[in-house]
Unconditional design. Structure first.
Length: 366
């Protein structure tokens, strides 16, 4: 059923009213942390006309948004469309942040997290710390459809996946195993794991531990169809070399993903621990309900995380977060946006033509 022109006009009117208020509120928050005022030039984004169907994703989802939008144009359910989109990345060994070929935990075992949410029925579910199944997003959908539960983890999630015919396999590719080994061999000069070295090398511990960052890649994909129905999915192998059993934001509804079929959807990538403490996807959807544009709502969530980050070990020399979190948001009208704490991030969009990468807004210039 198409949403009526009347309700759309009402939405736009309310939106205009609330946007003014939201901008003022934004200004108040910005002034707070002295000496670390974020850039203001990108705030209060003008409300643009959306196109539907449209799908957006994190930067690694160019192919995903193409597949998702094509599916929605062909009448596919919005959740099936975004799922098919992220399955491409889960199956791709070249993306070491998601699914098959994802970077493993500290024991060298790949553990995957994912959740899905279906706007039209307001159902959702997740799986966490799932081993041996390359498409955790598909398992999450079956949890949603075939149980009375919303979250299954670890061994229980694996047994559930087996019961539903998911094929088990070793998800660790040689490339990811090599990266894990590199990390492990440079962890300490006191243990017995040594990086490759020559007879002349003396200080093996100094062999570039600092050159190795632990990635927190992920894919989030959101889609809205011509009727204004919206769904989303987030899927990841989580923080590289994590403590076994560590779960980030990606499988947690309200944190890594949230959908409300009367407003829109939001999702995240980046440091999951920060987002778990702010439940930012839910926050972003609520901000959009109050009239924020998608970009402003994402920026609001970024500022919330900045304000909530008190631990010195998580701050850089200037008192700003020493990590990044990225948010993606889409309204039921097809408007979209993205923002990160730090600059330089992009997000993928497909509204019917070629998929393209757009700049995300940000609080701080990297
Ligand atoms: N955002 C992905 C993770 O922290 O696991």
């Amino acid at each position: 059923m198409n949403r009526s022109d009347g309700s759309r006009r009402l939405f736009l009117k309310l939106t205009a009213l609330f946007s003014a208020g939201a901008a003022l509120h934004t200004g108040g928050l910005l002034a707070k942390p002295a000496g670390m005022t974020p850039q203001t030039t990108r705030f209060a984004m003008p409300r643009t006309e959306g196109i539907r169907p449209v799908s957006i994703a994190s930067y690694n989802g160019l192919e995903s948004v193409r597949r998702a939008t094509e599916g929605m144009r062909n009448g596919e359910d919005t959740l099936d469309a975004v799922l098919a989109g992220v399955n491409i990345v889960e199956d791709d060994p070249a993306d070491d942040s998601v699914g098959y070929g994802g970077l493993p935990n500290e024991d060298g075992v790949v553990e995957l997290d994912s959740c899905v949410m279906h706007g039209p029925t307001m159902r959702g579910a997740g799986v966490a710390a799932l081993r041996g199944i390359r498409n955790p997003s598909r398992v999450a959908k079956v949890v949603m459809e075939r149980t009375d539960h919303v979250l299954l983890v670890g061994e229980g999630a694996l047994r559930f996946a087996r019961a539903h015919g998911f094929r088990e396999e070793n998800l660790l590719t040689d490339a990811s195993r090599e990266k894990w080994l590199r990390w492990k061999e440079r962890l300490s000069t006191e243990d017995d794991w040594l990086p490759p070295h020559t007879p002349e090398d003396r200080n093996i511990g100094a062999l570039a531990l600092e050159e190795y960052e632990r990635p927190t890649g992920t894919i989030n994909c959101l889609g809205v169809n011509a009727n204004g129905d919206v769904s989303g999915v987030t899927t990841t192998s989580g923080l590289a070399f994590k403590i076994p059993g560590r779960v980030g934001d990606s499988p947690i509804l309200g944190a890594g993903l949230y959908v409300d079929n009367s407003v829109g959807a939001a999702g995240s990538t980046g440091r999951g621990e920060a987002n778990l403490l702010s439940l930012a996807s839910f926050l972003i959807v609520e901000r959009m309900r109050q009239g924020d544009t998608p970009t402003d709502a994402c920026l609001f969530a970024c500022r919330r995380i900045v304000e909530q980050t008190k631990m010195k070990r998580l701050l850089d020399k200037t008192g700003r977060p020493a990590f990044n979190v990225n948010f993606y948001a889409l309204t039921i009208h097809g408007e979209h946006g993205s923002a990160s704490i730090w600059s330089g991030k992009k997000y993928a969009v497909n509204d019917g033509g070629e998929s393209r990468l757009l700049d995300a807004a940000f609080l701080y210039q990297s």
